[in-house]
Design a protein around this ligand. Structure first.
Ligand code: DAH
Length: 406
């Protein structure tokens, strides 16, 4: 068993059997308190532990002294023990009260300091707060805490210019999202968002992506361990095509901005997270012409009015036919340069006419409905448009980079 501290023993056990020894014993306790108090004054975070240690009702030092020294004192020592106990208790109470007042006072001063920069509702409110702070300073002075406080309550000159804090700008990715949304909102699309944690059903199955499709490969998809049913981080924003069509009858015209995740090794053109904006338009009379017209309009709005587009055959399980959309290079105008690798064209995004198989998953009538879809890599589009060459620059948040896109 651990050795008993002195306040867990009786005075008789301690051998304090004369009034002189009792007085000395109490002086020792008082000295200990004073030393600890001085330490806590310099380190107010320890205040509560200190307070409970001394005056905690159940097992604070004062309680133990009352129980073990006072109550069990032999008859001839009752009087000196009682007197010494009362003195010790008043000493401790006074010190703790003084310090409590000092802490409250610091709060008053802090409040005054925090609002002083011209934010008071009236002159009277300012003066009242200043008076509270000055009283507080006096209390703290009395508690021996003058030093760090007084310089802080120098009168504030409200006629001086305020402190200017940089308000920052929207990140390049955010700006690009907003630009893309503006373009599609202006031609009748609305914006919806969806979950980043998805089920394989929405991320794959319902998009007609069969089991063997490479996007399902463990190499590409983050699966979430430990969930009861399988979950994953969405690898694209396309699941929102399904969720939207499940929820609402046609017509549908949406874009879906958001984050997507893939298990790529980070390099100049890849991260494990990137941004996409998905598009979907479904109605009774949507043709390939509408698709091409929308793509053209988008490219001219985003890259400039002279931009041309072309479609190359491609493959996505959820579109048929599928296409890669290219734009004429916005830097050389199509004559060939370093950015378009001398081809005159730049790959923009994947797209196509919605595969009728997808309608089967959402109870849409494939006989009656048609539509198109697209999925853009937002980071990629931002880099193209603004000439950024390294993906990591987008996420390091170096202000020297960010400031270039005010
Ligand atoms: N989800 C595809 C991807 O992440 C991109 C995509 C291609 C989306 C064609 C579409 C689409 O909606 O029609 O690679």
């Amino acid at each position: 068993m651990a050795e008993k501290t002195i306040i867990e023993q009786t005075l008789v056990e301690l051998g304090d059997t004369t009034p002189e020894k009792v007085v000395a014993r109490f002086a020792e306790v008082r000295k200990r308190f004073d030393e600890q108090f001085a330490r806590v004054a310099a380190k107010p975070d320890d205040w509560e532990v200190f307070r409970i240690h001394w005056v905690g009702r159940k097992s604070g030092a004062l309680t133990k002294i009352a129980d073990n020294w006072l109550k069990s004192a032999p008859a001839d020592l009752k009087q000196p023990v009682g007197q010494a106990f009362n003195e010790l208790k008043s000493h401790i109470d006074a010190a703790l009260q003084g310090w409590r007042a000092a802490i409250d006072a610091m709060q008053d001063i802090g409040d005054y300091m925090a609002t002083a920069q011209g934010a008071y509702a009236s002159r009277a409110a300012h003066d009242a707060a200043l008076r509270a702070a000055a009283t507080a300073a006096a209390i703290i002075g009395a508690a021996g805490q003058t030093e760090p406080i007084l310089p802080l309550i120098e009168p504030v000159d409200l006629s001086l210019p305020g402190i200017e804090r940089p308000i920052g700008t929207r990140h390049l990715i955010r700006q690009t999202f907003e630009e893309l949304q503006r373009i599609f909102l202006s031609i009748g699309f609305s914006v919806v968002e969806g979950p980043e944690i998805e089920t394989p059903y929405y991320n794959f199955e319902a998009l007609n992506i069969p089991e063997h499709h490479p996007a399902r490969d463990n190499m590409d998809t983050f699966y979430i361990a430990g969930s009861r049913s399988p979950h994953l981080l969405r690898t694209h924003t396309s699941p929102m095509q399904i969720r939207t069509m499940q929820k609402q009858p046609p017509p549908v015209r949406i874009v879906v901005p958001g984050k997507v995740y893939r298990r790529d090794n980070p390099d100049a053109t890849h991260g494990y997270m990137f941004h996409q904006i998905e598009g979907l338009a479904v109605d009774t009379d949507i043709t390939f012409c509408d698709f091409k017209g929308t793509v053209d309009h988008f490219a001219r709005e985003f890259l400039g009015p002279k931009t041309k587009t072309r479609l190359r055959p491609s493959y996505f399980p959820f579109t048929e036919p599928s296409a890669e959309v290219d734009a004429s290079c916005h830097l050389c105008g199509g004559s060939g340069c370093r950015v378009c690798k001398q081809s005159g064209w730049i790959e923009l995004f994947g797209a196509g006419m919605v595969n009728p198989a997808v309608y089967g998953f959402v109870n849409y009538d494939p006989q009656r409905l048609s539509g198109f879809a697209f999925g853009m890599g937002v980071d990629r589009l931002a880099m193209l448009k603004y000439g950024v060459t390294e993906v990591p620059l987008l996420f390091q948040n170096d202000v020297r980079f960010l400031r270039q896109f005010p």
